[in-house]
Design a protein around this ligand. Sequence first.
Ligand code: B12
Length: 299
Amino acid sequence: MFTIKAVSQATGVSIETLRAWERRYRVVEPRRDPNGRRSYDPADVIRLRKLREATERGHPISKLARVSDDELTGLLATGSDGPAAGEAPGFAAQMLAAASEYRPEECDQALSMALALLPLQRVVDEVMVPALLEVGERWHAGEFSIAQERIVSNAVKKQVSLVLDTYNRIAAGPPVVLATLSDERHELGILMCALLTAARGVRCLYLGPDLPPADVATFAERTGAAAVVLSFVRRETASGGEQALLAEFLRRLPRSIGVWIGGQGALAFEPAGLGERVVRLDDYRGLERELDRLTAATR
Ligand code: B12
């Protein structure tokens, strides 16, 4: 449920206009919380966005108010991809503004709004990754404290885990395991992979960061995984420690299970040391291609 302020930011309709549209035309009827404050659900937000677009195209709000959601969609004939490209960065900016002001709930709300309005892949590409990268930059530059970094990362982790839960309930076929190996604590890259995996309808077993290779291998074997996705973000140890960990992992993992690796660290690995078994992915699109191949082969 969203506040009037969040809805105003997400729809581009001012708070005064939202109140006026409701009072005069009952375009949406938000619930009220115990303090009498309006509380909108995702369907309200989607409808209000469409109403704004339609009024911008010259349709009077007095007429639009009586139009059903389907008729409104037809009127706009805008496909189902949500806000046009270029509008989504607004959500990342809202998350960052909320973290700057130490407002974790608003950060959460901006992200859950993005998830309500956009396809998952666009949330990853246009909201989560840009927000996380910008947080990283600010943290490095000393402009963001660790607590502010946590406001954003925790919002991402919370929302991703809610999405994984929902998608896993309807996912089919053998699962894909996602993790990072010992001492790789950068978690957010692999978390995005988990979201993209779930979005493809593949069952997603997210183990998280910093696991001994033997544990991941045993887990993948026992859960009947089709593939394991590993992220390597750090580069400085890539030529030595990281690649040795991967080699140990490969020795312990049954050969029938696929191994997909990615991240800046993985890109620096010696190709010769990887062998034929490992698929190195350049980016998230590469991951999606592998997932599509997997689903085509197992369904
Ligand atoms: C947040 C952060 C941390 C947090 C991580 C918290 C967490 N829960 O993840 C903490 C504080 C733990 C941390 C610690 C360290 N960090 Co740090 N960290 C960052 C920071 C600021 C952001 C990383 C991030 O989350 N980005 C967002 C995610 C979405 O992007 P990403 O990880 O870059 O991944 C992208 C790609 O690599 C790819 N990808 C990643 N994984 C995968 C997997 C697959 C399959 C695919 C297809 C793609 C893919 O997709 C992503 C989007 O493009 C970066 C700097 C930066 N601006 O990137 C440094 C950075 C990654 N850290 C760095 C370093 C050096 C460290 C420390 C060694 C610092 C220290 N001296 O203690 C430790 C190491 C800890 C450890 N043992 O792992 C360096 C790495 C340098 C290098 N290339 O080797 C960086 C680049 C900072 C720098 N410029 O020096 N860090």
